[in-house]
Design a protein around this ligand. Sequence first.
Ligand code: KIV
Ligand code: ZN
Length: 516
Amino acid sequence: MDNDKIIVFDTTLRDGEQSPGASLDVADKVTIAKQLARLNVDVIEAGFPVSSKAQFDATKIISTEVKGPIIAGLARCIEGDIDAAAEALKKAERPRIHTFVATSKIHLEKKFRKSEEEILEMAVAGVKRAKSYFDDIEFSPEDSARTGKDFLFRIIEAAINAGATTINIPDTVGYSNPDEFGSLIKEIFNKVPNIDRAILSVHCHNDLGLAVANTLSAVINGAQQVEVTINGVGERAGNASLEEVVMALKTRHNFYGKCIGINTREIVPTSRLVSNLMGMPVQPNKAIVGANAFAHEAGIHQDAVLKDASTYEIMTPEEVGLESNRIILGRHSGRHGLQQRLAELGYKLGKEEINRIYERFNEIADKKKEVFDEDLIALVGDETADYSEAYELEYFHILSGNKTVPTATVGLRRGDRSFQEAAVGDGPVDAACKAVDKITGLSVALADYSLRGVTGGKNAVGEVVVRITDNGQKYLGRGASTDVIEASIRAYLHAVNRLISAKEKQLQSKVEKAQL
Ligand code: KIV
Ligand code: ZN
């Protein structure tokens, strides 16, 4: 391998999807995986196939449809996990099984009640089983940063002897700090005799806000692969953010001396896509991809940047794909222009979806003179779905005020049938959701509701993200409109349609099983 190349392993679809509140359906995951391929990541961790049917299906479809990057599937060092990962990955051009077992004393004693020898045996057996399927095997001693070093070195050596080609060192609970983590990486190189037969990778969590710093410290000390997520999403406080690690390596090439294969111009489109599909807004001051990352407020700064941007910018907005983020469609834009812009933003959509979005786009373009990328992304959010028989909003009427009982009348269509119901509620949104419930016959809990103006101005598009729960399962819905009540109804319907589709799929699989 090229000594200067850092392998970028993206785990947005696996660890990132473990973010509280982030739930992606299979179609969303495939959309993101295709965009990750455009970003040119080296490895996409597509999921944890044994953990659910949706994870298995997503890994399988991504393996079949996404070409270029290595596709990895996670598996505990357990036969069933490894077999499921191998099955889901079998169509991948370049499959990788990523198998792991916890190695820290605290996990051995409290989680497993197993001895070090038993864990070592599990690791070796897991790697060997994975190796019986594919050549490319990654092994992670989970909670490495809190694992006793002697045992850590021993298990790494054994995993490599069993066939592991990548060894990943996770700071699972974000406990380490840059000096300590860098030294650990250096020591692994010095103390594990066969380490030259594997790639050394790192995977840092952000509990103390040090994930990126720890990752970069590992790179300084020889790590060859970095495990990262878009926008730093991930379990608890998240993982090291791809855009921060990548842009640090690129901007400070003079310091790190490492190359990356990432197409950095795809960073902002990927960030927006992930934020939108996960329903997780990016904080404005987030490095690289936040709305303010390239905004200069102070007059002195603005003046200097106009004279020469390098006075206050260490990288250019264009480099991270920000150049064409403002408009740029309007009332006179055609379907083709819309489709092309959406493709540039990472959405490859079918004819029917484009037609639906074009209809909504025209409604918005009639109200706003200019339609921005952010507006488009919000529109796509509630007009694409992986179900065919969905309820669609036909019309609504709201009666609301500070001295009246909020009342909503909602008209929906499903296939060629039309429905109408009216309801009262605590507010206009509540009333409208209740009217929808009367039509669908479902009674779901609204667990989360958020509204944000997508672009500035009084005629801005408002985007609503809701999460509904049914039997402990969460469904996310997005809706966008210049009318916030309409955006709310659309978001609610989107989530309800997903719930209905999931229930129908469950029913269908029960029927199929019964027929076997
Ligand atoms: O954080 C962690 O330890 C993990 C492993 C499964 C690699 O995500
Ligand atoms: Zn992790």
